[in-house]
Each structure stands twice: as C-alpha cells, then as structure tokens.
Design a protein around this ligand. Structure first.
Ligand SMILES: Cc1cc2nc3c(=O)[nH]c(=O)nc-3n(C[C@H](O)[C@H](O)[C@H](O)COP(=O)(O)O)c2cc1C
Length: 443
C-alpha cells in the first residue's frame, strides 16, 4: 500500500505542493503552515496514462475534473500521446511533472518507473489506444506507459478509444477479455460519431463518466464489489398488440445501464436484463435482451441466485390479453383492447422464498407525491431500498441524461441532488458496496 504519510524527501519527482501528488494531507487552516505533516491522509492519487489517440484532448478535461474533486493526478504520456497533447499543457493542468521517457537518467536514478507505478491509489489509462491495450494484455514493457502497467500493484482502469473497426477487431476484443480476466476495469467506449468520420462504438467515455468510475474505484476497499453477483434490469418493456404495434413507455435505459456499468467498475459480476434501448451493452457485463415483462421475469428468475438485484427497468404494468396474429386493420371493428396485469418482477424478487437476493433495490417512477408514493411502494413490494424519481414530462428524466432521486430505506429518506445519471449510478454502486460490506461483517 501507499505509505500513509509522504515526506518531502519521499518525493523524487516534480513538486511537492499542498494538495499535490505527494501530499496526502488536505489543506486546512490548521495545517497550512505544515502541509507535509502527519495527519489525515484523505487525498487520493491517480496516475493518469495518456496514450496516443485523437481523444487525448479529453484527458485535459478529466485532469481538471479530478483536481476539482480534490484528487491528485500525475500524468504519463506515451511518445505517441505527445503528438496529440503537449507535456506543457498536461503539466500546467496537473500541477506536477509529466513523464514520457522510460530511459530518463534523472528519474531512473530512483527506479522511477517502479515508483510511478506504486505511488498512486489507482492507475487510469485514458484514452487507452488499441496499441497500449495490446501491449498490456501481452505483458509487453517497451516504453514507460506499458512498463508501468506491468509493474503496478494498484487497480487499473482503462478507457478505450479508437476507430470502430479497430474496436470490433477480434484482436482488440481478445486483448480486453484478457485484461478483464487480469482484473483490469474498463469504462466505455461509447457509441457515436467518431473523429475518423465513422459511426459506431469506440468513442472514449465522457470525462464525467470516467470520473465516476474513478471515484467508485477510489472508495475504500471495503466498498469493492469484487465477485458479488448482481442483477440489473433496465429499459422499457414492449408488450405486443399485433405484429406491428406494442404498448410501451419512454424509458431510455440510461439509468439502468449506467448502474450496471458502475457495478462492473467496482468489480461486481453483473447480469443486465434489458428491454429494447439504444444504449450500448456495458462492457464486461452479461447482457440478456428481452422484449416483454414476462420475458424479463423469466430471465431474472433464471439468473438467481444473486447477491444484489437492482430493478431499474420501467416494466409495463399491463399487456394486451390477446395478441392479434395479423396486423389489425383500421376498418376492423375494434371495440377495445383488453389489458391484463403483467407480473410484478420487483415484488417477485423481493418475496422469493428461495434465493432472495441479500439486497433488493427497486425504482419508483412517479409523477406526483413522489416520496410518499415511493415509500408505500417499498413496503408493498417488500424490497430493501426504493430509488424514487420524478418522471413528469417537464423533468426530462425519461430519456434525459440527468436525474434527481430520493433513496428510501428502512432508516428514512436521502434526497440526492440533481446529477448526471452516470454520477447517480456511481453513488448508488458505492452505497450498495458499503451495504454489502456491512452485511457480510454482520453475518
Ligand atoms: C491522427 C491519428 C489518430 C489516431 N487515433 C487513434 C485512436 O483514437 N485510437 C487508437 O487506438 N489509435 C489511434 N492512432 C494510432 C496510434 O497513435 C498508434 O497506434 C500509436 O502507436 C499508439 O501509441 P501508444 O499506444 O504508445 O500511445 C491514431 C493515429 C493517428 C496518426
């Protein structure tokens, strides 16, 4: 582990400034005069490796975000990365020396590559080029970035970024599977317009998304979810009426998918059961695609036993009692469509006699009396927590990127501020990890 207190003499590189990489003591009025002192050691440290990709510029935003959150960041640039962003800019933003050279006489007098790999709480590669991922997966160490990845004893998070063909190439996918098996965590990539002009997966995760994964990983080790089996439901369900029509809702799956991703980032084994959405499958999760509520229930029951279930899907409450075999005609004599209730997936998981998950978390999408209705829902369903959100049209929650939730458990209500769905997912994953840690201590 990192030594609890870093002395000035322990800092062979760059500056040792209050709140900097080698100062683990938060600056307070009491310690300003003696910033390298004994005391609380809250400052978390990230070693950010920037590799050679067009998305390297986004790492500049990531550095700023990390600093805003009080996280110290030290940067390593691959030689290729220096073609995209300059060490001068990166150094100015990080407030620390920037490292690019494995064979640096000054740095290597103190075995700099080993020290760099050990003096952080977390190593992040963003953007992670196809090339660096390939090197890391195969244990190559022919430059500073790849040597650090081989020498580190700290958790590693990679944010891949590349052209869609490079991303989909079996070699890249093979390398990522190897890295995942080695315990390397991954965030993104996302789908969208790529710098090369093509469309598809390969775009680096947004800085806020990477930040959320970093924050989740920097939580105490007691909040890790390594090997914890989790089930997440996401998206809407579609209940067919005839071969071309269905009953559905506006759920985008953004919140559920972000939760699955955040749980993966904490090391959980995640099965995501999702209705039809435009969201890409989260990497390193097992994803089951379904259409109807009945299919979702069957997939969930088949996934049991799990330790944690998070039911974020907007399951249609009803389905048509009869589905027409042929497209219904406008001229047909339709009097009404009879609806029957769909199965209650959250209720079924919460009440499971056999294999009830240790923690069952439901979502309540409400349009009025949000907290009151959600409290009633928690009791009626028998789940442990309910995450209540207001999905009235004017909130823009359904389909939007942000959410404002109230977390309701036996102890009461926590009102979380409005934040991106990714941030909320990270916070929720950390809360789940902490709960699971307590439950295993109690058991
Ligand atoms: C303009 C340009 C853009 C590039 N963008 C990417 C990219 O987004 N992702 C990637 O994996 N490689 C990209 N490459 C290729 C890498 O820079 C190349 O594989 C390099 O060797 C990576 O070195 P590194 O892994 O040591 O950083 C790009 C190359 C050029 C010339």
């Amino acid at each position: 582990m990192i030594p609890a207190v870093a002395k000035a003499t322990d800092a062979p590189y760059g500056k040792t400034c209050p709140g900097g990489f080698n100062d683990r003591t938060p600056e307070t009025p009491d310690n300003q005069a003696h910033s390298i002192s004994t005391g609380m050691t809250d400052t978390k440290r990230v070693l950010l490796i920037i590799s050679g990709g067009i998305a390297a510029y986004k790492s500049l935003t990531l550095i700023r975000r990390l600093k805003e959150r009080g996280i110290a960041v030290r940067c390593v640039l691959s030689v290729a990365a220096t073609k995209f962003v300059t060490p001068l800019t990166v150094g100015a933003l990080s407030g620390d020396k920037v490292y690019t050279d494995l064979f640096s006489l000054t740095d290597e007098q103190a075995m700099g590559h080993i020290r760099l790999s050990r003096e952080a709480d977390l190593v992040v590669v963003a953007p992670a080029s196809a090339d660096l991922l390939a090197k890391a997966a195969n244990g190559l160490a022919d430059d500073l970035a790849s040597t650090i990845l081989l020498a580190t004893d700290k958790p590693v998070l990679v944010a891949p970024s590349m052209n869609v063909e490079m991303w989909e190439h079996p070699a890249t996918q093979r390398n990522l599977a190897t890295l995942a098996a080695d315990g390397v965590r991954q965030v993104g990539p996302e789908r969208g317009d790529l710098a090369c002009g093509e469309l598809g997966a390969g775009r680096v995760a947004e800085p806020d998304h990477i930040l959320s994964s970093i924050e989740a990983l920097l939580e105490d080790t007691s909040t890790s979810l390594r090997s914890v089996r989790t089930l997440v439901t996401s998206g809407p369900t579609q209940e067919p009426i005839d071969p071309v029509r269905y009953l559905g809702n506006y759920s985008s799956g953004k919140q559920g998918h972000a939760i699955a991703q955040a749980l993966v980032s904490l090391g959980a084994e995640v099965t995501l059961v999702t209705g039809p959405t435009k969201e890409p499958d989260p990497p390193n999760a097992r994803v089951i695609h379904i259409q109807t509520a009945e299919e979702m229930l069957a997939a969930c029951l088949k996934t049991l036993p799990v330790d944690v279930a998070v039911c974020a899907a907007a399951v249609s409450d009803w389905r048509a009692s009869v589905q027409a075999n042929q497209k219904m005609k406008r001229s047909g004599n339709i009097q009404h469509i009879e609806l029957v209730e769909n199965p209650d997936i959250l209720g079924r998981l919460s009440a499971a006699q056999l294999n009830r998950p240790t923690l069952v978390v439901g979502f309540a999408a409400e349009t009025e009396s949000v907290v009151e209705n959600a409290k009633k829902k928690r009791l009626a369903k028998g789940c442990d927590w309910i995450i209540a959100n207001d999905v009235s049209h004017e909130t823009g929650v359904f389909g939007g990127t942000h959410n404002r939730v109230h977390v309701i458990d036996e102890a009461g209500v926590e009102n979380w501020p409005s934040a991106s769905k990714v941030t909320i997912a990270g916070r929720l994953a950390a809360r789940i990890a902490s709960e699971i840690a307590h439950k295993s201590i109690d058991a």
